[in-house]
Design a protein around this ligand. Structure first.
Ligand code: ADP
Ligand code: MG
Length: 713
């Protein structure tokens, strides 16, 4: 008995939409493996594997009316088929439909193909028309045999062209999707179990309001659009059927992020209920007043820190808005409550700068700070680790070295991650784990100077609360930017000379993308030699990633102290470096950098009260994108505006950095293209969680699979 029951069950499974693709006709183990490479494992995965484009094969073109260069559907009777032996063996088949004749040319063919193309047979072919010697030709057309003068089926549809992989032909993709679509129809007819079917999960009110078709209809449409479908809309991805799918995919992602957020809310964290005495002391000692945006964000953070669940807050703010001081004020809450705090930066240079700032702020308050970088070695390192472990170190500043297993905290309550786009989510999690104590987690403050357009933030960071410092400290002037071809390098060198002579310091940034760091450092070394020769009365120094820590520190310290006039650097100075006296920056080969990176680099100047300038030198010719990027830099200093343009030019990858990898990879949605619907996605997510909670898990599972990719981040 049990055996029979088992078989019955597996029959249901093999015909369901969740069955493995190998249950489809024509799919053996090899094809199944190839399909898996395309992300197609279950039958319904085929639905989400959308055509790249469509061909119109709904009109038969008379052979007499063929135009070279067009892709056409033709049919005719075979007049003759001959194998030719030239430099290559080939099969030439001549066909005619009474209006003219056409040659089909095959370089690869089988004996049975040859036998099938005998005189008198009728074939229908699709291909691009080329010039031939006696007649027009189709090289390697797709073709199949038909009845003489057979008409086209009446419900002719556009022909989808799928993304495919070596060894899976378009024709196979079409027969597979045919089978899957047929199952979709019968699935809707029968009352298949919910788990195995593609039931509609969006509430009717949402579909009506958004004017979107139901799921099954949308799937059918995008795979087999009718002849009158707008090829333009389909190509743009703006057809309601495509938007319907993108919407649900974005919704699934949103729901899974919201679930994470809820999960986080259910966790415990230490409450920092303190008087704020240390914070007041530091504020009194600062040489400036906080901006109102900084005050607002500090308040938001402090409120979170008094909650019994872990803070997960993202602080965004343009370069130079003063995030570091916000971080230290929050750190003081933790210290006052008796917890350790850790501040992590993505580069040695930035970590070193934080170390100096924090030391200067914390020492008068009698707070013990520890420093840990990859370069901390031997006894120094052992001693640092011991002080972190014992709890003697109240604040720890460092780089990636802080992730290492041997770093153990006595009582970690607060984690600050600066410039988080440089870190992976996993690194952030590793640090969080270090603060795990009896089911309680540390609070996290995540800072980024890469402004993120609101819609993108709503998608990528839906699991975090977010604060924006939307104000720069008073007295900052925007950086005036000029764009020049590198043919005018001599002029630029003269300008640097003048600027330095009149007392302002200059950065000269050398860029080499996609080549090794060694080459980059080499280029910087060559540049420094040339500039030192051209400008003998200036003090020129060099900084790059291959220098020893102490050399880097010394170079930065000398520049900060005003001893160096001109600092030649690689992009190591991109993040965080803060030297207000520098007021001119030259960037070589600026066309090679992305907008976000250019904006970060330029943010190194314009920090003091002097008017600052930035010269973007490029090497002609510029691509269209390159032009657009440099124009954006010239036109605006606003990081959010730059981010919006970057999103339009290059999509979300560039803006989100590491975080994006693997997490915002959608099958159908495109955050840049579909950003207009994101606020609505957000609203729908809330509606589902409140009114249709039982639909949440099925939507997430449908799009993200069981091992929800957004996992435990
Ligand atoms: P970012 O947000 O890019 O990390 P920083 O925290 O490095 O910026 O701050 C940039 C500079 O502005 C620092 O020199 C800092 O001391 C200064 N600063 C920060 N807040 C203020 C303020 N409210 N008024 C004046 N200067 C400030
Ligand atoms: Mg910073």
């Amino acid at each position: 008995m049990p055996v029979m029951k088992k078989r019955a069950q597996s029959n249901v499974a093999s015909s369901s939409l969740s069955a493995p693709v190998r249950y489809l006709k024509g799919v053996g183990p090899q094809t199944a493996e190839k399909l898996a490479r395309l992300g197609i494992q279950q039958v319904w995965d085929l639905f989400f594997h959308l055509p790249l484009r469509y061909q119109d094969r709904t009109q038969i073109v008379p052979i007499g009316a063929l135009v070279v260069g067009e892709e056409v559907l033709v049919q005719g009777e075979v007049l003759a088929s001959d194998v030719r032996f030239g430099r290559r063996r080939m099969l030439l088949t001549r066909i005619s439909d009474g209006t003219g004749s056409l040659t089909l040319r095959f370089f690869h063919f089988t004996a049975s193909q040859q036998a099938g193309l005998q005189r008198g047979t009728w074939v229908r072919c699709y291909g691009e028309v080329r010039h031939g010697q006696a007649t027009p030709e189709l090289a390697h057309p797709e073709y199949h045999e038909i009845e003489p003068h057979q008409p086209l089926p009446e419900d002719a549809r556009l022909t989808p062209i799928y993304p495919t992989t070596e060894g899976v032909r378009q024709a196979s993709m079409r027969t597979l999707t045919d089978q899957a679509l047929a199952r979709l129809l019968s699935d809707r007819a029968s009352a298949a179990s919910d788990e195995d079917s593609l039931q509609e999960l969006l509430p009717g009110e949402v579909l009506t309001q958004l004017r979107m078709p139901p799921l099954a209809e949308a799937i059918h449409y995008v795979h087999r659009p009718p002849v009158e479908a707008s090829q333009h809309d389909l190509a743009e991805g703006s057809h309601p059927a495509q938007q319907r799918l993108a919407f649900e995919e974005l919704l699934a992602q949103q729901l899974s992020m919201q679930q994470l957020r809820e999960k986080n809310r259910a966790q415990r964290a230490p409450r920092f209920e303190v008087t704020g005495e240390l914070r007041q002391q530091l504020l009194a000692q600062l040489p400036f007043k906080l901006t109102s945006a900084q005050r607002r964000v500090v308040d938001e953070v402090i409120r979170d820190l008094q909650q019994p669940c872990p803070m997960q807050r993202l602080v965004q703010g343009d370069v130079g808005c003063g995030k570091t001081v916000v971080a230290v004020l929050a750190v003081l809450q933790a210290v006052e409550a008796g917890y350790q705090a850790v501040v992590m930066a993505p580069t040695e240079l930035l970590a070193e700068q934080h170390r100096q700032n924090f030391a200067q702020w914390l020492a008068p308050l009698d707070i013990k700070m520890e420093w840990l970088s990859g370069k901390s070695k031997g006894k120094v390192r052992t001693a640092a680790l011991a002080r972190i472990r014992s709890g003697e170190a109240q604040v720890v500043v460092g780089t990636h070295a802080l992730f290492q297993e041997e770093v153990v905290f006595a009582k970690l309550g607060f984690v600050v991650v600066d410039e988080q786009h440089r870190f992976g989510v996993h690194q952030r999690l590793a640090l969080r784990e270090k603060g795990r104590q009896q089911g309680s987690f540390p609070h996290q403050l995540i800072m980024t100077a890469t402004p993120i357009p609101r819609t993108l933030a709503m998608t990528a960071y839906a699991d975090l609360d977010s604060s924006v410092i939307d104000e720069l400290p008073p007295g900052r002037k925007s950086v005036e930017t000029v764009v020049l071809p590198d043919g005018r390098r001599d002029e630029v060198v003269q300008r640097v000379h003048q600027a330095c002579r009149s007392g302002c310091q200059t950065y000269w940034v050398c860029t080499l993308i996609e080549e090794s760091e060694t080459l980059q450092c080499q280029a910087a070394e060559d540049t420094v030699a040339q500039l030192a020769e051209a400008l003998p009365d200036l003090c020129v120094a060099l900084i790059h990633g291959r220098l020893k820590s102490q050399e880097k520190e010394a170079a930065m310290a000398a520049f900060k102290a005003g001893e160096t006039d001109l600092l030649v650097a690689t992009t190591v100075i991109e993040v965080g470096v803060d030297i207000p006296n520098a007021s001119l920056m030259v960037i070589e080969n600026a066309e090679r950098l992305g907008l976000a990176q250019l904006h970060q680099l330029r943010g190194r100047v314009g920090r003091g009260s002097e008017k600052s300038h930035c010269v973007l030198m490029y090497h002609a010719p510029l691509s269209e994108q390159g032009k657009a990027r440099l124009a954006a830099m010239r036109e605006t200093n606003d990081g959010f505006e730059i981010a919006r343009r970057d999103l339009a030019l290059r999509g979300p990858g560039e803006i989100l950095g590491t975080r994006q990898t693997g997490e915002l990879q959608f099958r159908i949605a495109d955050v840049a293209r579909d950003q207009a619907m994101i606020p609505e996605v957000n609203r729908t997510a809330r509606l589902l969680m409140q009114q249709y909670p039982q639909r949440v898990a099925p939507i997430i599972r449908r799009w993200l699979g069981d091992a929800a990719r957004y996992g435990d981040v």
